[in-house]
Design a binder for this molecule. Sequence first.
Ligand SMILES: *Cc1c(COP(=O)(O)O)cnc(C)c1O
Length: 431
Amino acid sequence: MSHLQTEGSQRLYEAASQLMPGGVNSPVRAFRAVGGTPLFISRAKGSHLFDVDGNEYIDYVSSWGAVILGHADDAINLAISEAAQGGTSFGASHEGELKLATEVVKRMPGVEMVRFVNSGTEASLAALRLARAATGRTKIVKFEGCYHGAVDALLSKSGSGVATLDVPDSAGVPTESIQSTITAPFNNSAAIEEIFNHHGKDIAALIVEPVAGNMGVVLPDQGFLPFLREITSQYGAILIMDEVMTGFRVSIGGASQVHNIIGDLVTMGKIIGGGLPVGAYGGKKELMELVAPVGPVYQAGTLSGNPLAMAAGYAALSHLTQTQYVQLENRGARLQSGLQNALLKHNRRAQVQRSGSMISVFFNPNPVTDFSSAQQSDKALFASVFHNLLAKGVYLPPSALEAWFLNCSHSEDDIERTIVAFEESLEEAQN
Ligand SMILES: *Cc1c(COP(=O)(O)O)cnc(C)c1O
């Protein structure tokens, strides 16, 4: 087994750990789920990452999906530097906001009006507030294993069974904050029906990742999203499509477009910032006009609509045409079949689940349809394969339950090399 030189990363990690909790600014980066020292990246270009020790990797994190054209894309970099020449922040309106809003409204089904914020977390927070204001109700329904940002009211999971009380997922989240949150298993229409039968008149919103990507890639069963659309409409609850990950990734619009479902509100993030911090929420005009200054729902941000971020997002979206999505689909399909063949050859029963350029391997004999089946995956085997791949120059998300992301810069050669490295990594895996 080849061995990675990581002295530089180790030294920086030790220093960083003294100054930032776990040495990181977002927990999964710390490699806790796979062990070992997190890598310090010095630069990235296209589909490749370079660490401070001079190692090069084919990158399947793609900044957790935010990067879709490829790292350090020339068009995006040019847009950012041109914007920077004109001033990095005005705290006043500018045309860049209008340009990005036009692209978003053109592409995302159900979005007639949009408000830009700075992260997906902020978008979720604002969408919940708006849904509660619009309905005059309090309760929120979410799915186990779906992630909508580090929002108190959404950091909860259910105990066993639908009727049990929710418990917070994080210390510091008061029980009161999640008292109004009801959690159901993904793909379980019967559970949703039961929840609406009991609480329908009190439910402000149901929030869903239309293709779940934060427990690995879990596709909605046939009929699941239409059922959510129908039952929320029937009870007058707001359907929030969380397209922060899937928006502009699984298709030119997002999962709403692929699955032909129109949410009342849509949250966005990641790709719309072109690699800079942006989030957004949008929907029908009547609903969005409840937001201040037109309506009574307060929501604001000093740096919202930031000129650099708007320019980067606009450059990203305007370069994404059908051609790019066809290529992403083809490369994704090739990676999927290559990984499946490697698994078969080594007698590993596993699931390779994919939606467009989002893909994940679950070391699980059965198809993964929800959070409990995702959790049955062999995490020790993943950790072993992860480190074997890293030593061969392939950088996966450092957790068994995260999606891998292709970007438009992944070449056929990257994909073929990844498949070979994966096969060797399986062969070397101990468990
Ligand atoms: C990443 C993500 C978020 C949170 O976005 P941040 O920008 O990290 O705050 C919310 N929802 C989904 C589906 C995500 O993938």
